[in-house]
Structures are given as structure tokens and as C-alpha cells.
Design a protein around this ligand. Structure first.
Ligand code: PMT
Length: 222
């Protein structure tokens, strides 16, 4: 069946935000709803793939037929992704991973002290970049959430993270990015291609993305 062109492939998708603990009741996070990543996982399943979804905390139904692994922090996401990476053929990092985390997660709830307070942050591991270093034939896809200089930053991520494809969304645009049911993206590939898509539902976009991935994988294995 030509509509199940991912048959026999294992697709690893990450979705949602991460939470970086400050104390037992507080954390740093972002506005990712998980909709983009869940749409990708659902589409891959329908296209015949075995799908593993590593998900940060979201309020979405688990997609049918998909193996879901729930994680909280960037560090947990990293460990889960590394575990599944060797068996994956396609990896898509739609998650909005925190770039920084508190240097120390306080074991008890922080008390008010009347004055101000400073939380010291340290960088988290760049999961996509680590995968780029470990890549052995996997088709590696990252997103780029930008608010300016979209093309420049997307191309920089493509190169620095050794990705095969970067999907750039201008998250300041109406109908694109965090929380919305639709997205507006431009896809850049390591083969030097650039393709801009009109606004569309994240479900439809997910299908278009897999068509593009499939085309690129076939072209590079000739
Ligand atoms: O979840 P939704 O509400 O549907 O919103 C979708 C989305 C806007 C979150 C999604 O389309 C998107 O753009 N996801 C990536 C968000 C992001 O973190 O972009 P970035 O430009 O900061 O990171 C670039 C890439 O590196 C991403 O693939 C990201 O997953 C990855 N990354 C980033 C930091 C880090 N420490 N590790 C990573 O792997």
C-alpha cells in the first residue's frame, strides 16, 4: 500500500516542553503544548511505522498504537532518547527542550525572605547535537523555533547539529508555533533544499513532513 510508505521503519519523536525543577512545587518550562510532536507521532503510525514518542508533560491523549515514554526534564528526555536512538530510522525532535536549568533543585519548598532572589542557571544537554554526533544512518530532523533571522538561524542549526533536516517555524507569526492547532514552516535540508509551506493544521503538516523525509531518504540512498 503506497499510503503506508513508512512500513518497516522505526520513528522516534519527541514532543512537548520540559520542566526544570526549582524546588518540589516550582519549575521552569515553556508554552509547548505537544500538538506538533503528537501530530507527527500519529501520522507516522498511520503511515505504517513503529513509533516511539518521548513526551514532556502535556495534556493530550496518547496516540493510538504509539509507544509513549513520559519524561519531565531535559536530562530525562536525553536519557530516554539515547536509549531508543540505535533502533530508530527517523528521529524528529519537536520537543521544546529547556536550554537552561537551575543549577540546584532545592529539596524543600523555597521560603520567602522579604528580599529579592536569584536563581543560578546552567545549560542543559543539547540532545539534537548529541544525536548528530552519534548518528549512524538515522535521518535526523530538528525544529527551529525562531522569532527573527529565521533562515540564517535554521541553516546554522542544520550545520552545527549535523541534522538532515531543520523545520523552521516563526513562533511570532499568527497561526504558527507554540500552542496553536496550525503551523507555518519552512523546511531546510542538508542537501541544500528549501521549501516553504502555507499555514496548515499540524496533522496535515505532519503528513507533508514525512513525505518530504521519505523523498530525501530515497534520494540519498540511490
Ligand atoms: O508543542 P506545540 O505547542 O505544538 O508547539 C510546537 C513547537 C513550536 C514547540 C515546535 O514546532 C518546535 O519548534 N519545537 C522546537 C522548539 C525548540 O526548542 O526549538 P529550538 O530552536 O530552541 O531548538 C532547536 C532544536 O534543538 C529542536 O529540535 C529542539 O528539540 C532541539 N534541542 C534544543 C535544546 C536542547 N537542549 N536539546 C535539543 O535537542
Amino acid at each position: 500500500d503506497g499510503n503506508r510508505f513508512l512500513e518497516g521503519k522505526t520513528v522516534l519523536v519527541t514532543a512537548g516542553p520540559t520542566r526544570e525543577r526549582i524546588d518540589p512545587v516550582r519549575y521552569l518550562s515553556n508554552d509547548s503544548s505537544g500538538k506538533m510532536g503528537y501530530a507527527l507521532a500519529e501520522a507516522a503510525e498511520r503511515l505504517g511505522a513503529r513509533v516511539i514518542l518521548v513526551s514532556g508533560p502535556v495534556r493530550l491523549q496518547k496516540p493510538f498504537g504509539v509507544e509513549v515514554e513520559e519524561v519531565e526534564s531535559a536530562e530525562e528526555m536525553y536519557r530516554a532518547v539515547l536509549r531508543h536512538f540505535p533502533r530508530a530510522d527517523i528521529v524528529i525532535k519537536a520537543a521544546a527542550v529547556a536550554d537552561y536549568r537551575p543549577k540546584r533543585a532545592e529539596p524543600e519548598k523555597i521560603k520567602k525572605n522579604g528580599g529579592g532572589m536569584t536563581i543560578e542557571l546552567e545549560p542543559t544537554v543539547d540532545i539534537l547535537k548529541e544525536l548528530g554526533k552519534r548518528k549512524e544512518g538515522q535521518f535526523l530532523v530538528g525544529f527551529a523555533a525562531e522569532t527573527e533571522n529565521i533562515e540564517e538561524y535554521a541553516l546554522k542549526k542544520l550545520k552545527e547539529k549535523n541534522a538532515d533536516m531543520i523545520i523552521a517555524n516563526n513562533v511570532k507569526e499568527e497561526g504558527a508555533g507554540f500552542g496553536t492547532d496550525t503551523n507555518i514552516v519552512t523546511v531546510f535540508t542538508s542537501a541544500g533544499e528549501k521549501k516553504a509551506y502555507p499555514i496548515m493544521a499540524k496533522q496535515r503538516l505532519a503528513y507533508e513532513i514525512f513525505k518530504e523525509i521519505d523523498r530525501n531518504m530515497r534520494a540519498s540512498r540511490k
